[in-house]
Design a protein around this ligand. Structure first.
Ligand code: ADP
Length: 368
């Protein structure tokens, strides 16, 4: 009887509970034991009560719960080999044949590293007498599959990450609320949304709410953005618009790599010698992560969770570590490391102000 463990890691995202529910139930349906590792890699390193067997009814109602009920964490110990040794030992002691990890690119990078090191971790555990050769014998290959849970929609190789549409919906709702008061007082609002390297939330939030202007990291505005914005807002105001909404991603910058802050945009809109608008800044912050998952994320979590269990059951020692993507509306298995590498390359290109390169790699016509 195979034992499949499920874990959520890194930043939480709506839909993670749907993933856990789908994996637990699919594993049981396929005649396997389902386990949950609580608190991400921290639970794997600590073992004991952090690793628990789950039954069908344990995940009842989880589709409509926000966040992740099995907890998530950022785990420093897992960055060190000593931490990964402990994690490997706990996997063997719990008889875990396969691990499904739902997290962002950091968690998935950690996962790939763990798998690569796996044979040497087992060797060391035997050499130091922590485990007996017979104990490690059945676990020569680490069978691991990733699922992308992230509100940023920042992983290459998949059209949508689990949680991004919930966060986008929340952004839309919040902007709608702000618009009502903005219109009443004829005010301007600069709204900061999450996204350090990826402007998807800001861009789609702006499109979905009809924002006057949007700032994202991977496509900075022209150097004369101030003049351009002043003229645009002036035009909108002259045509009778009583509100001004600017959406800015956390990682917004100019073409030279200098950060553009909400305060800078506010200063422009409020300039007494210019537009002179009564301007406020709203940072949406963690409300973007909160609340329940929208239908799309529940669907994605369920279909991808089922596929992840299939993937671990069909894996052979030769199978590359994969993650579950959605591409052109099809659930697909893809090589994990390629996607993680490309995601990192995009972040690097943005940092190096190689914006065209970053845009090409983003691989979405939405950004044009
Ligand atoms: P996310 O998965 O949301 O991108 P993080 O980048 O914080 O979140 O990663 C979550 C956890 O994954 C880290 O706290 C750490 O335990 C593990 N991790 C991330 N990168 C690595 C790495 N290069 N090597 C080992 N573990 C890693």
């Amino acid at each position: 009887r195979k034992r499949i463990a499920i874990m959520t890691s890194g930043g939480d995202s709506p839909g993670m509970n749907g993933v856990v529910r789908a994996c637990v139930r699919m594993a049981i349906h396929m005649g396997c034991d389902a386990l949950c590792v609580y608190e991400g890699y921290e639970g794997l390193v600590r073992g004991g009560d952090y690793i628990r067997q789950m039954e069908w009814h344990d995940v009842r109602g989880w589709l409509s719960e926000g966040g992740t009920l099995i907890g998530t964490a950022r785990c420093m110990a897992f960055f060190e080999r000593a931490g990964r040794l402990k994690a490997a030992k706990n996997m063997v002691l719990n008889g875990i044949d396969a691990l499904i990890i739902c997290g962002g690119d950091g968690s998935l990078t950690g996962a790939d590293r763990f798998r690569e090191e796996w044979p040497s971790l087992l060797q060391e555990l035997v050499a130091t007498g922590e485990l007996k050769p017979a104990q490690v014998e059945p676990y020569q290959h680490l069978n691991l599959v990733g699922l992308v849970g992230s509100i940023d929609n920042d992983l290459s190789g998949t059209d949508a990450t689990i949680g991004c549409y919930s966060a986008l919906s929340r952004v839309c709702e919040m902007v709608d609320y702000i618009e009502a008061t903005a219109t009443s007082h004829s005010r301007a609002f600069v709204i900061e949304v999450m996204g350090r390297h990826c402007g998807w939330l800001a861009l789609m939030g702006g499109v979905a709410t009809g924002a006057d202007s949007i700032f994202i990291p991977e496509k900075p505005k022209r150097d004369d953005w101030r003049e351009e914005m002043r003229a645009l807002v002036e035009k909108h105001r002259k045509s009778g618009k009583r509100k001004t909404i600017v959406i800015i991603a956390e990682g917004a910058q100019d073409r030279h790599g200098h950060k553009i802050t909400p305060e800078m945009v506010k200063d422009l809109l409020a300039d007494k010698n210019g537009l002179a608008l009564d301007t406020r800044i709203t940072t949406l912050g963690h409300v973007q992560r909160g609340g329940t998952a929208v239908a799309y994320d529940r669907m994605l979590a369920t279909l991808q969770g089922v596929e992840a269990v299939r993937a671990v059951l069909e894996a052979t020692p030769e199978t590359k570590t994969s993650f579950i993507a959605i591409t052109e509306n099809k659930i697909a298995r893809k090589p994990l490391m390629e996607a993680v590498q490309e995601t990192k390359s995009i972040a690097k290109a943005i940092e190096a102000q190689e914006f065209e390169k970053a845009m090409t790699m983003r691989d979405t016509e939405f950004y044009d």
